[in-house]
Design a protein around this ligand. Structure first.
Ligand SMILES: Nc1ncnc2c1ncn2[C@@H]1O[C@H](COP(=O)(O)OP(=O)(O)O)[C@@H](O)[C@H]1O
Ligand SMILES: [Mg+2]
Length: 76
């Protein structure tokens, strides 16, 4: 398994754009792809919801640390 980390503390610098484009490309080549979104805004997961179902599947995981009863490792 290969992991790509797209990280920058600055908002609006293109993290989600880069991530979704890279994920789309690798999914189109037939690889199994998952996006783990560590941003509480979860923009890439919202993008995944709108992705047409006939396109190669990309799995989404909310990696934001949860408060309360939710188990973070379950999401991951
Ligand atoms: N290379 C780029 N050139 C021009 N606009 C871009 C580029 N990359 C991203 N954007 C735009 O910048 C805005 C913020 O990008 P986004 O990927 O949401 O940033 P982040 O996830 O880091 O907050 C979006 O409107 C996006 O379309
Ligand atoms: Mg983003």
């Amino acid at each position: 398994m290969r992991t790509l980390l797209v990280i920058n503390s600055k908002g609006g610098c293109g993290k989600t754009t880069v991530t979704t484009n890279i994920a789309s490309y690798y999914a189109s080549t037939g690889l199994k792809v998952a996006i783990m979104d560590y941003d509480p805004r979860g923009s890439s997961l919202e993008w995944l919801k709108q992705r047409p179902s006939d396109l190669p599947q990309i799995h989404g995981a909310n990696a934001v640390r949860q408060t309360g009863q939710q188990i973070r490792s379950l999401h991951m």
